[in-house]
Every structure is written in C-alpha cells, then in structure tokens.
Design a protein around this ligand. Structure first.
Ligand SMILES: Cc1cc2nc3c(=O)[nH]c(=O)nc-3n(C[C@H](O)[C@H](O)[C@H](O)COP(=O)(O)OP(=O)(O)OC[C@H]3O[C@@H](n4cnc5c(N)ncnc54)[C@H](O)[C@@H]3O)c2cc1C
Length: 484
C-alpha cells in the first residue's frame, strides 16, 4: 500500500490529507505529522485577540477527526528528511520527535512513498530584539498568543474606563515581514472594540508597517476601478484609516522593542523612538528548519531548501533584477526539482521573489514586505498537490495539477463587530495575487476581479467563512463540496 506522509496539519496540510484519504481510500495510508493536537483556523485569531471569541472557537482537535476517517495522526515535530533512506531504514523516510503527552521527545523514523511538506512558517520573533510574547510585544499568530493578547487588551480597557489614556501600536515587527493583512485587520477590529467599550476618545491607534504605501500587503498594492476611475488601493485603505482615526507610520523596520517603547528605522535612514502601552507586532516568517540528509548521513539541506528554510519547488529561483521578474517564475505544481515524490504546499514552499518592490535603506537594511501567504492559495495548493499524488498512484500520465499564485486571486476581509446588523467590513480582492504584466498589461491584474468595498456584506461573508471552514476542517458530511 502506498504511504503518504503529510508534515503539518494547517490549512494546506489538513486539506491535502483529507482529500487524499477521501480519494484513495484503502489504496493508500495517509499519515499526518504535526506538533499541535489541534487545527487552528488562523484568520479568526483576530477575534480571539480582542476577546470576541475563545480559543475553543478557532481550534479543532485533530485526533478524533482523523480516527473517524482513517487517517493516522502522530503528534510530533518533523526534524529531518532522508529522501534516499538511511543506514537505519532502507526507504525514504522522515525523522520525527514526539510532542504528545505520551513520551515527549521520543524519536521515530516514518517511511513514505510520497511526502508533502506543509509545515507553514516559523514565527521568527528572535529577528528583532524584544519582539513577541516572550519579549515586550504581543501577537495573534497562535490561539494561545491571541488569548494572552486579549487579556492585555482588556486590562487597558479597564484602565481607560478609569480615565487613563493609552497608545496602541499595531503592525509589523521587522522590515521583512509579510501578513500585513492580518495586522491591518487587527487594527480596524481593535479600533471598533475601543468604540464599543466607549473609550475611543482615550486611545491613540497607530498602524506601523514595512509597506511603502498603505494597502501594499506584500502584493505591491493594486488598482481598483471605482466610479470609472482606476484608483490605487492606498486611496481606499488611507480613507478607511482616516475615517476611523487610525494613524499610520510606513516604510519602517522595527529594530528593538522594550517594555513600553520601541525603536524603528525608516527607508530614509531616520531612527525614531515610539512609546506605546500595547503593541501587537507580527514577526517575520522563515521555514521551520527541516534538515535533509543523504543515505550516508551527509547534510543535503541546501538541495531541498532555500537559505530561508522554505522548500525549493518548480519555481525559477535564478537571481534577476526586479524589473525582469515575471509571473512565470512562480511555481505551478510545487514538486521538489530534486525528488519527484516530495512536494511543498502552502507557506512551506520558497517563493521565487518578492512581489512588492524591494527597497533598502542607504546602509542596506531591507524594508519591504515579503510575498503574502494567504489561506485560499494555501488550501488550493494543498488540494492540487493531493490531486497530483492521487493521479500518480492511479498511474495517470502527467501533467501534474497546477495551482499557481499567478493564476489565482486572494481576498482580505477586515470585518469588525459581531451580530447580523451591527458589523462592517472592508473587503479587498485581487486577481491574480502575483501580477502578470504579460496578460494584464497596464496594472498586472484583472480589474474586473480586483475590488475594494466597505459594508455589511463583507462582514456576513467573513462570519460565514468562519463557520464554513471550521465545518470543513471537522470533515463533517459534505465537507468536500465546500470550496477552498
Ligand atoms: C492572525 C492571522 C490571520 C490571518 N488571516 C487570514 C485571512 O483573513 N485570510 C487569509 O486568506 N489568510 C489569513 N492568514 C494566513 C493563513 O492563515 C495562512 O495562509 C495559512 O494558515 C497557511 O497555511 P499552511 O498550511 O501553509 O500553514 P499553517 O496553517 O501555519 O500550518 C502549518 C502546520 O505545520 C505544523 N508544523 C510546524 N512545524 C512543523 C514540523 N516541524 N513538523 C510537522 N508539522 C509542523 C504546524 O503546527 C501547523 O499545523 C492569517 C494568518 C494569521 C497568522
């Protein structure tokens, strides 16, 4: 029986494992290896981080689901890949270390015929001194982080109700961060909650980001067609912030965070100090640090992984000036060029280049967003990789299934409030994520599918997505019909 091992049970790994198990049934054994016992629907961590939801609302225990559908689950962290086998096991395998309650730290070798690396990002708080929950800033990148952040937020609400003033700084904690959409969404939600608690007049809210313009989101911004005009998206995002009294500081790299103050440098090379009462700052991402070894035990990590720890796939990684980068450089099938039975899905694959224009300070500090790694592409890539493996097992001829980020769109819905009638959302969609200036000559994007709207409809959609995707993650009846 064919053995398929999936590393990671996030959006892309869980999707890939669930479809492979459904399509292949008893013809394949699917094993999922992931260090946490739960699936986390990360987009809703925003609401956990403001106390509007509890961690249990965004977490789904994996073991009972996998037991029900017949997927093997090992609560463990993958350490290394041995694509040729090793002296200890004569087949391709991974080495894992248990993180479960029973015998944590125990190591095991798990053989595979096909391997999907869907390990997502390492949250690199250590890239900036004092950044992160172990330092002096907060995060919503895990449900635990978000729960802690909500507690701190409530302590400030109480202080403001007692008359104190507070400054909230939300944004990116390093010049090379991605996921600006999540920080943006947290900022507008926090501002909404301040009004809901009746303390808006006591608070200053500042969005601090590595973006060159507001609304860049690591995609180099976008143009949207409004009232017959093709308008840069920063007009939309700036007016949204202006209307809500949110200030913004852009083109910035946070250098150091201390209790109640941080230091940042901007593209002009100026260094500034910014006192705060609460700072929610995202970390930069890297790969999770998987290693690879040949049969003799020699380190071949560089053959499988880029220096940032993300896995090399079928992208064009040759170094080129920014003006020569193209949509065609982006991967389509996410297969390792070295080993045809290894794939990387979701955030785990190495992007070929930035989408936002790379910029540095005079002394060489990079300050520009890394490419966005959003949920819909991650799930779509997971499903495409699963299809390719299914076809390969069933003996169908190539080609493999494609899910290029240059051929799919993304949506960012910053929804505030709860309830059917009181919410509002800023909804932005772009198509494609990676601009393609050969197909869409003027703006690189299809303006009929690139939009920005504010209103109740986006708020409903965001809530609907929360329930729909958690239903899907639970693999309840009909789950496969829910789109990625
Ligand atoms: C706060 C926040 C809000 C967001 N909001 C949105 C949004 O509104 N819309 C949107 O489209 N996207 C959003 N995103 C991005 C979206 O969540 C990601 O694109 C998506 O989760 C990526 O899926 P993934 O499977 O690649 O990684 P993840 O979902 O991070 O999953 C990675 C998995 O790998 C596991 N893992 C880690 N290390 C190892 C190891 N060594 N061995 C085995 N397993 C390992 C992890 O435990 C996890 O299960 C948001 C992200 C955050 C942090």
């Amino acid at each position: 029986m064919t053995r398929i091992v999936v590393l990671g049970a996030g959006v892309s790994g869980h999707t890939a494992a669930a479809f492979l198990n459904r399509w292949l049934g008893k013809d394949a054994a699917v094993t999922v290896i992931s260090p946490n016992p739960d699936y986390n629907w990360l987009p809703s961590n925003i609401w956990v981080g403001l106390g509007r939801m509890a961690p249990k609302d965004v977490l789904v225990p994996l073991a009972p689901i996998y037991e029900r559908v017949g997927i093997e689950f090992k609560q463990a962290r993958a350490l290394g890949i041995f694509p040729h086998g090793s002296a200890a096991l004569d087949k391709p395998h991974v080495e894992i270390e248990s993180t479960g309650d029973k015998q944590p730290g125990t190591r095991e070798l798990v053989a595979y015929d096909f391997l999907i690396n869907a390990t997502g990002p390492k949250l690199q708080f250590e890239a900036t001194e004092g950044l992160g929950p172990a330092g002096h800033s907060l995060s919503v990148c895990t449900a635990d982080h978000a729960e802690h952040t909500a507690k701190v937020f409530f302590s400030h609400i109480q202080a403001m109700k007692a008359g104190a003033r507070r400054r909230f700084v939300i944004g990116t904690g390093h010049g090379t961060c991605t996921c600006e959409g999540a920080a943006f969404e947290y900022a507008v939600n926090l501002e909404f909650e301040l009004r809901r608690h009746g303390v808006r007049d006591k608070a200053e809210v500042i969005y601090l980001s590595n973006e060159y313009v507001l609304g860049d989101f690591g995609m180099g911004g976008a143009y949207i067609r409004r009232n017959g005009y093709n308008t840069p998206i920063n007009i939309f995002t700036e007016s949204l912030f202006a209307e809500r009294g949110i200030d913004w500081i852009l083109r910035s790299h946070v250098q150091k965070v201390e209790a109640s103050r941080l230091w940042y440098k901007n593209l002009d090379g100026e260094e500034h100090e910014l006192p705060f009462d609460m700072a929610m700052l995202l970390p930069p991402f890297s790969g999770v640090g998987l290693k690879a070894y040949d049969r003799s035990g020699a380190d071949i990590t560089h053959r499988l992984f880029a220096p940032n720890g993300f896995m090399r796939v079928d992208a064009d990684y040759s170094p080129k000036p920014f003006q020569q980068w193209s949509a065609q450089d982006w991967p389509r099938v996410y297969q390792s060029p070295e080993f045809s039975n290894i794939f990387a899905a979701g955030i785990a694959f190495a992007p070929p280049h930035a989408i936002s224009t790379p910029r540095t300070t005079k002394d060489g500090t990079p300050i520009f967003p890394a490419p966005p790694r959003t949920g819909m592409p991650s799930a779509s890539i997971g499903k495409a990789v699963a299809r390719s493996i299914r076809d390969s097992i069933e003996g169908k001829p190539a080609p493999l299934h494609a899910a290029s980020m240059a051929e799919m769109g993304a949506a960012c819905i910053a929804s505030t409030g709860t309830g059917l009638l009181r919410g509002s959302a800023a909804s932005m969609t772009v198509f494609p994520i990676v601009p393609d200036f050969e197909r869409y000559r003027e703006y690189g994007r299809d303006l009929s599918l690139t939009a920005g709207e504010i209103g109740l409809a986006g708020h409903w959609i965001k809530h609907l997505l929360h329930y729909m995707f958690l239903y899907k993650a639970r693999l309840r009846p009909g789950w496969a019909a829910i789109p990625e």
